[in-house]
Design a binder for this molecule. Sequence first.
Ligand SMILES: N[C@@H](CCC(=O)N[C@@H](CS)C(=O)NCC(=O)O)C(=O)O
Length: 218
Amino acid sequence: MNPTLYFAPQTCARVSLTALEEIGKPFDTRLIAFLAAEHRAPDFLAINPSGKVPALVTEGGILVQNGAILHYLALTRPEAKLLPRVDDPLRQAQVLSWLFRCSSDLHPLVSRYVLPQFATANPDDADGIRAKGAELLQAQLQPIDDLLRGREWVLDEGWSIIDAYLSWIWFRISGAGFGGFGFGQACLPAIAAHHARASERPSAIAALRHEARAQAEL
Ligand SMILES: N[C@@H](CCC(=O)N[C@@H](CS)C(=O)NCC(=O)O)C(=O)O
């Protein structure tokens, strides 16, 4: 049985999709149509009760949360080098902390910035939520921009799936995706340049093609 990724174009599921493309082994996908509220439908809630993509159905069981999916894929497909293989527990934890930084620190701010209307019951609050989201994102991303001024990829060990994660974050806040809001090149130039580099990777290109094909089939 191939693993099956539940995903939706332009969402954070792109990071897990990129990982599967990077691995290069057969996998299946199931597109979840947000506009048709498929993420709230019982069939999908049986896969992920949180109603969120990504979810990965494997032979052994269901996995949710990008960080867990990426960690699992890195462990089970070490040849793909999604994350560096290190024996030192401290270094391992430091690598994992980058996944948490993306999923727990940055992603919620991305949501607040791009989709503020979902963070409030009062539509009048949306502009303020977006403005605060932008301020907090800038503060969280500035040290990463500083880091990337002197290097190509986030980790010392070279490209990793964390670069795909950061690239997706930049894609969402720089307005290339739906929403059209603009953290521009001038805000965080090294992250913008990193996004351009990460987007050239064959797995990143393949993931975008996969999304486009799925979208066309809708
Ligand atoms: N912490 C989760 C976040 C997943 C998440 O928020 N996915 C979004 C797409 S980027 C989603 O499915 N949102 C639908 C919803 O919240 O209703 C992860 O890293 O996998």
